[in-house]
Design a protein around this ligand. Structure first.
Ligand code: NAD
Length: 308
């Protein structure tokens, strides 16, 4: 296949580029570097199966030639980033998604959208199945991201119903691994950077909020299986192993052999109290299950952060 990966210089996008190339597909990565990095794709730039185009998907983008699949992974993804770039996030998750859907329609390509567990907001049910409609604050500080993702899902369903585009929606739960941006404020890169530098590890709130962390290699396999399947409705991909943020901080301090202490700071607005995917659909339809244990994935990630 010729696969277009929007957001290809980002954390997840760059791992997807590697994966598709390893499966002998050709990849065109599109990115405007708003939160991504050239270093993430540097190793691919001389590969004949890889092409990079610097472009903003929320502007009019034209891609010549045959495309068999469009994967939309472009969007600031960490709360720190989308709060810093609110309008860019809204435009990327609305105009950007519409532009790529139109491209997929014209090229008769499959379209896969990277949605998020944030569409469930601060959930009132745990774990969250795909049928749950969510508890989202449409005017809160996180709404530029959450509502853009919800708009994108609506746009995807419109192109499926009205234009017959072969669409897929993956709802990604917290994913981590090498190439995360150490400064993007997400718990794992933040805790690792703090622990490696011997600075206090800052946990927001009481640290009793829970999250479920999926290692990037598991996520990429799930995305690939979804693209290759015939399933057109949203599928949760994530690791259902739920831990508190305090426990996460303790594990990272242990694995980095750090002397850092945990300190607590005020909880940001609308921070979800719990997050855990119900992955029944992924198991049944895609025969997908996460493989990598948290401590193993964290060791790989710590190794990467040490190398920077
Ligand atoms: P990231 O910030 O590392 O990657 C996003 C990439 O998109 C960056 O390279 C950025 O420069 C690019 N981008 C943003 N706006 C763009 C635009 N208008 N045009 C072109 N490129 C643009 O974040 P990530 O963690 O790799 O997330 C990738 C996707 O997965 C995002 O859509 C995000 O919402 C989704 N997602 C990620 C997670 C996670 O845990 N990592 C969870 C849920 C959803």
């Amino acid at each position: 296949m010729n696969v277009l990966i929007a957001g290809g210089a980002g954390f997840l996008g760059s791992h997807l580029c590697d994966f598709f190339i390893s499966k002998n597909h050709k990849v065109i990565a599109v990115d405007n570097f708003i939160t991504g990095k050239k270093e993430n794709i540097k190793h691919l730039l001389k590969n004949k199966k890889f092409k990079f185009i610097k472009a903003d998907i929320s502007k009019n983008i034209k891609i010549p030639g045959k495309i068999d699949a469009v994967l939309n992974f472009a969007s600031p993804a960490s709360p720190k980033d989308y709060i810093k770039y609110p309008l860019e996030t809204l435009k990327t998750g609305s105009l950007g998604t519409l532009n790529l859907l139109e491209l997929a329609r014209l090229k008769k390509a499959k379209f896969l959208f990277a949605s998020t567990s944030e569409v469930y907001g601060d959930p009132l049910v745990n774990p969250q199945p795909e049928e749950y409609w969510g508890n989202v604050n449409s005017i809160g500080i996180r709404s530029v991201y959450d509502e853009a993702k919800r708009f994108s899902e609506a746009a995807v369903m419109c192109y499926l119903r009205d234009y017959g585009v072969k669409t897929r929606i993956v709802r990604i739960f917290n994913t981590y691994g090498p190439r995360m941006n150490e400064k993007d404020g997400r718990a794992i890169p933040e805790f690792i950077s703090q622990a490696l530098a011997g600075r206090p590890v800052t946990v927001f709130g009481s640290g009793r909020q829970t999250r479920s962390f999926c290692f990037v290699s598991d996520l990429v396999k799930g995305v690939y299986k979804l693209l290759m399947s015939d399933y057109k409705y949203p599928v949760n991909i994530g690791n259902p192993n739920e831990i508190t943020l305090k426990e996460l901080a303790e594990i990272i301090i242990k694995l980095t052999a750090s002397k850092s202490k945990i300190i607590y700071k005020e909880l940001p607005q609308d921070d979800p109290k719990m997050r855990r995917p119900d992955i029944t659909k992924a198991k049944k339809i895609l025969k997908w299950l996460p493989d990598v244990q948290l401590e193993d994935g964290l060791r790989e990630t710590i190794k990467y952060f040490k190398s920077l």
